[in-house]
Design a protein around this ligand. Structure first.
Ligand code: PMP
Length: 406
């Protein structure tokens, strides 16, 4: 392949024609110095940047890549569908196959509808809940991320008070604050939306307590509000039946995206029969939402995740990484806290208020070939092997040494 322009050259050109160089969370300006912005290729758990450097990838495209980059089975399914047609006047037969597969895989799901992005799915869940209940108020946990449109965007630029008029907030895992917010909604409570666990940017992660999850289910049952599980980030990594299956608490509506098609653009809303009629009535669509290639990729992805028990595999590799990082932390006398499910780990240094340690750790590990993130949960894929984890731990050791040097 022809040599790529350098990362620096691409960034300089981008600054002239792309606001801020790049929109959103993938902007490398938000990462420690040395992180590349542009990538030219990826395979398995490895990623190559525009300057030709290779990394073991612990972000997996921020979630979508769950089986590994360019997984052969998924890409074969996508190519085979692409050879027949992608964006046509209606869906390809694979839509029905995929909807059946989702209903078969996810216990709460009596139906599924598809979209492109996670935001499409969370927004559709809220709209369906309002249509079904005829109510307006939606409870959202403070700091939780649900997407990039005015009702939920973390930036208030361009957002009006009216866009948020019917949102009320509570604290994740805090049943009492949930009850206070529900009381404030009075008889107008349409839905409560929660992420699968607390994975807010820039803080330790918290798993949902079973008491909180059960309390939320009981609240929704008592009030008729919809329990919406935003499984966009965690879906297909924790449990293939939905991330709250291990808790024994089932949502009424779920939003999926990210890992559903191993990097192909697709999102899904799944729901219970009670919401089927509302899901029929709301207007939710997009020019590319019936594209067949991502659906074929999703059928292959979910099938393979089921066959190999993807979540168990990622958990095992995540635990190996976590144990190795803990051992290094003790060896170097640099305490860290590791939180969240092993498949989506986060490591934050103790006593690091300005992120100096985390940034130094990540910048050095990056130079030694491991792409970690200091503040956002990371992602394992099924392509990570024990040898990859051990190799990444060597890069992590360089990171701990850099922190020690100050
Ligand atoms: N919900 C959660 C929990 C997410 O992590 C994300 C994406 N980071 C979204 C919703 C929005 O998904 P998308 O960026 O695909 O619109």
């Amino acid at each position: 392949p022809a040599a790529s322009p350098s990362d620096d050259a691409l960034r300089a050109r981008a600054r002239a024609v792309i606001p801020g160089g790049l929109w959103g969370h993938l902007n490398a300006a938000k990462l420690p110095k040395g992180y590349p912005q542009y990538f030219t290729s990826a395979e398995g758990c490895r990623l190559r940047d525009a300057d030709g450097r290779e990394y073991i990838d612990f972000m997996c495209s921020w979630g979508p890549v769950v089986l590994g980059h360019r997984h052969p089975l998924v890409e074969a399914a996508a190519r085979s569908q692409a050879d027949q047609g992608d964006c046509m006047n209606g869906p390809a037969p694979v839509l029905v196959e995929l909807a059946e597969l989702l209903v078969d895989t996810i216990p709460h799901a009596d139906w599924a509808l598809l979209a492109k992005n996670g935001t499409d799915a969370t927004t559709a869940c809220v709209t369906i809940a309002r249509a079904a209940t005829g109510r307006r108020k939606v409870l959202v946990a403070r700091g939780s991320y649900h997407g990039a449109v005015p009702w939920c965007s973390p930036s208030l630029a361009g957002v009006t008070a009216e866009d948020r008029a019917h949102l009320l907030t509570f604290d994740y895992n805090d049943a009492e604050s949930l009850d206070v917010a529900a009381d404030a909604a009075k008889g107008d409570l349409a839905a409560v939306i929660v992420t699968a666990f607390r994975h807010d940017f820039g803080r330790h992660q918290d798993l949902p307590t079973p008491e909180f999850a059960r309390h939320l289910r009981a609240l929704c049952d008592a009030t008729g509000a919809a329990l919406i599980l935003d499984d966009v980030r965690a879906g297909f990594r924790i449990h293939l039946g939905g991330s709250w299956e291990p808790l024994g608490v089932r949502p009424d509506l779920s939003a999926f995206s990210k890992a559903i098609a191993n990097g192909h653009p697709l999102a899904a809303v799944t729901g219970r029969d009670r919401f089927r009629e509302a899901a029929t009535q709301v207007y939710t669509t997009g020019s590319f939402w019936c594209g067949a290639v991502p659906m074929a990729a999703a059928v292959a992805t979910i099938g393979e995740l089921r066959r190999i028990d993807g979540p168990a595999r990622m958990k095992a590799m995540g635990e190996r990484l976590r144990a190795g990082l803990d051992a290094l932390s003790r060896q170097y006398g640099l305490p860290v806290r590791q939180t969240g499910p092993a498949q989506m780990p986060l490591m934050i240094f103790e006593e690091d208020p300005d992120w100096a340690k985390g940034d130094a750790f990540c910048a050095s590990a990056l130079r030694h070939g491991a792409y970690f993130h200091p503040r956002h949960n990371m992602f394992l894929s099924c392509a990570h092997t024990e040898a990859d984890i051990d190799r990444a731990l060597e890069a992590a050791e360089a990171g701990f040494r850099a922190v020690q040097r100050g």
